[in-house]
Design a protein around this ligand. Structure first.
Ligand SMILES: C[S@@+](CC[C@H](N)C(=O)[O-])C[C@H]1O[C@@H](n2cnc3c(N)ncnc32)[C@H](O)[C@@H]1O
Length: 346
C-alpha cells in the first residue's frame, strides 16, 4: 500500500522525531535543570551569557544548545539564543503545575522502564518493577519503601493533573454542601482545586496511607478544613459511605476491567441514592492515536501495575452499567485526550 504524498511526508517527519525522541527529550530536561529556559525567559542571550549562567564547559554547552535548537523550542538568530513562546510557557518557571516536575518524573520513573517493553509484554507482567525494592505487585505500593522517588512521582502526577484539570473543573458541577469522595486522590492536588472552585463542598481523599500522608502535608489554608483524609487499600478496605459524589481521577486506567468493576460496585455502595459517580482521565479514541494515552498504557503495563489502559469511553460505560448505574453520560474531547464520564445512582 502506498501512502499519499502529503501523508508520507508527515509520517517521515514523525519518524524523524520519534527515533530521535529520547535524545531531544533528555536535552530538554538538561536545559531545564541547567537553567537555560529560565535564563532565556528573561530575553534572548548570546552563548557567553548562557555559559556564565549554566556554568558548563564550552563544548558541552555547544552540544546542549544544538540539541535544544533541534527541538525548535529554542531559536538561534543573529548569534543569540531565544525561547519560543511555547518554551517560555511550558519550560520556564517553577510552579506546582510546571512541566519541569512532569518531565522529571517521566525521566526518572517512566522512561527507564520502557526498554523493558518487549520482555514485559512477552512475560505478561510488569517486569520493570524488579528494579524497585519490595515484593508488592504495584509501583505505587513499592514506592512506600522509597520516599524520595515516591515524592518525585507524585510531584510529576500532580503537575500533570493540574495541567489537565480544566476538563474536570469545568464540567463536574458540584452543588453547595455536596460531599465528594476522591478515590486514589493521590497527594490531594485534585481535592485542593475542587474545594477552591466549589467553596461549599467537602472532599475526602482515599489513598494508600503513605500517599495520604503526602496529601496531609500539602494541605493549604485555602482548603480551610474542607479536605478529609482516609488511608487504606482500594481493595482491602471499605469506602466511607453515604456520600453525594465519588470521583475516580486518573485512577481506574491503572487497573484491569475486572478490578475496575469491583471498585465501581464499591463506589455504588458508598453513594447515597441519586448520588453521582465521576470518572475522569485518559481515554482511547477509535483510531487509537493518542500519544499521551499510548505512553500511559505502556508505563502501566510494563512498570506500574502490569495491567490497565486508557480504556475507550464505551468500555467504561459498559462497566458503569454493570455496576448498577442506570444512566451514564460522557463528555469527550477534553484536553490531553481526556473524557469525563458521569453516572447517577437510582
Ligand atoms: C495515577 S494516580 C492518580 C492520582 C490522582 N487521582 C490524580 O488524578 O492525579 C493513582 C492513585 O491510586 C493510588 N492507588 C493505587 N493502588 C492503590 C491501592 N491499592 N489502594 C489505594 N490507593 C491506590 C495511588 O497511590 C495513586 O495515588
Amino acid at each position: 500500500m502506498n501512502d499519499a504524498p502529503d501523508t508520507r511526508s508527515r509520517l517521515l517527519e514523525r519518524f524523524d522525531l520519534i527515533v530521535n525522541g529520547p535524545a531531544l527529550f533528555n536535552s530538554l530536561v538538561a536545559g531545564i535543570e541547567l537553567g537555560v529556559f529560565d535564563t532565556l525567559a528573561e530575553g534572548p542571550a548570546p552563548f557567553e551569557e548562557l555559559r556564565a549562567r549554566t556554568g558548563i564547559p564550552v563544548h558541552q554547552l555547544r552540544v546542549l544548545l544544538h540539541a535544544l535548537c533541534a527541538t525548535e523550542l529554542v531559536d538561534k538568530e543573529d548569534g543569540r539564543y531565544a525561547n519560543t513562546a511555547v518554551a517560555d510557557e511550558l519550560l520556564a518557571g517553577d510552579g506546582p503545575d510546571s512541566w519541569k516536575h512532569i518531565l522529571r518524573g517521566w525521566q526518572e520513573i517512566y522512561y527507564p522502564a520502557f526498554p523493558h517493553a518487549t520482555t514485559a509484554l512477552r512475560a505478561g507482567t510488569n517486569t520493570a518493577l524488579d528494579g524497585y525494592p519490595g515484593t508488592e505487585p504495584t509501583l505505587y505500593q513499592r514506592l512506600s519503601h522509597d520516599p524520595e522517588r515516591e515524592a518525585v512521582l507524585h510531584a510529576s502526577m500532580s503537575a500533570f493533573t493540574l495541567q489537565s484539570m480544566s476538563g474536570l473543573l469545568d464540567n463536574i458541577g458540584l452543588a453547595p454542601g455536596e460531599r465528594l469522595l476522591d478515590i486514589g486522590g493521590g497527594d490531594g492536588t485534585t481535592a485542593r482545586e475542587l474545594v477552591k472552585r466549589f467553596p461549599d463542598s467537602t472532599v475526602t481523599i482515599f489513598d494508600l496511607p503513605s500517599v495520604v500522608a503526602l496529601a496531609e502535608e500539602g494541605e493549604d489554608a485555602v482548603a480551610g478544613g474542607r479536605i478529609g483524609f482516609q488511608g487504606g487499600d482500594l481493595f482491602e478496605d471499605d469506602f466511607p459511605g453515604g456520600v453525594d459524589c465519588v470521583l475516580f481521577s486518573h485512577c481506574l486506567e491503572v487497573l484491569s476491567p475486572e478490578r475496575i468493576l469491583t471498585l465501581l460496585r464499591k463506589a455504588h455502595a458508598a453513594l447515597r441514592p441519586g448520588g453521582r459517580l465521576f470518572i475522569y482521565g485518559f481515554t482511547l479514541s477509535d483510531q487509537e492515536r493518542g500519544v499521551y494515552s499510548a505512553r500511559l498504557s505502556l508505563y502501566l503495563t510494563v512498570l506500574a501495575t502490569g495491567q490497565g489502559l486508557a480504556y475507550p469511553v464505551g468500555e467504561y460505560e459498559r462497566l458503569m452499567r454493570e455496576a448498577g448505574f442506570p444512566t451514564v453520560e460522557a463528555i469527550t474531547g477534553l484536553p490531553y485526550e481526556h473524557s469525563l464520564m458521569v453516572a447517577t445512582k437510582a
